[in-house]
Design a protein around this ligand. Sequence first.
Ligand SMILES: NC(=O)c1ccc[n+]([C@@H]2O[C@H](COP(=O)([O-])OP(=O)(O)OC[C@H]3O[C@@H](n4cnc5c(N)ncnc54)[C@H](OP(=O)(O)O)[C@@H]3O)[C@@H](O)[C@H]2O)c1
Length: 259
Amino acid sequence: MDLGIRGRMAIVCASSQGLGRGCALGLAEAGVSLVINGRNRASLERTAEEIRRAAPVEVTPVVADVSTREGQDALLAACPNPDILVNNNGGPPFRDFRELDRESMLAGVTMNMVTPIELIQRVIDGMAARGFGRIVNITSVSVKMPLSGLDLSSGARAGLTAFVAGVARSVADKNVTINNLLPGSFDTARLRSGFIAAAKRGRFSEAELARRSAEEIPAKRFGTPAEFGQTCAFLCSVHAGYITGQNILLDGGAYPGAF
Ligand SMILES: NC(=O)c1ccc[n+]([C@@H]2O[C@H](COP(=O)([O-])OP(=O)(O)OC[C@H]3O[C@@H](n4cnc5c(N)ncnc54)[C@H](OP(=O)(O)O)[C@@H]3O)[C@@H](O)[C@H]2O)c1
């Protein structure tokens, strides 16, 4: 399917690996030029090269911490008028909520709620004026389904979800959409790091923990960053202009509700 966005420009935050990288690749395959981002220069440059080999689009790597004002300035300097913004960031570490002090709670809220809102504030009016805009926030299945130990991540992302629900309606008539993608378990370094840490604490190997975890998912497997990225690209397409303010689960059936 031609997504109708060839020649558009996207900023994809936190995209040197994992889900962000999947979104960047999906958009590149649809002909979108990219600003990609991460804090580690070597892995970001490597990803930029891989995307250039995969698709004939312009790829500009911006080494920056997206949670900071300077990082956001650098992203917008590289692409002042993006047609597409994919908000992504690291997530807070797995931790018992009793151990969270005020500083770490504020850091988590900054990462997963304030940062995407700040970027939306800075791009949305330009998108509305130009009559096209697609904003996708990578959140988590934990917005709908509690995952104990990831309470801060869930809370901050739920805050973002509620915040943008109203904002999305305010620009719908300008062909600007805002949607959230809710990943369940995707095979990325972040998912694997959880198994590695649990294997060190317990009696099962990383591979066994991964096998058991996949077994609990109705699809009996983890998702791939590539399929996540294709969903993101579709939401950014011309065909998805009537989808806005939605929370789209990609979880292999893990969330056990009809709605
Ligand atoms: N994978 C899953 O199953 C899953 C499920 C639910 C939610 N999520 C959420 O989805 C998001 C992406 O997860 P993932 O699995 O793709 O993680 P990942 O494989 O660890 O990749 C994270 C990416 O973000 C970059 N990054 C992290 N912090 C950054 C910052 N402050 N500024 C700029 N770039 C930053 C990393 O590069 P650098 O380290 O070089 O900066 C890397 O490219 C996370 O928020 C995660 O909590 C993931």
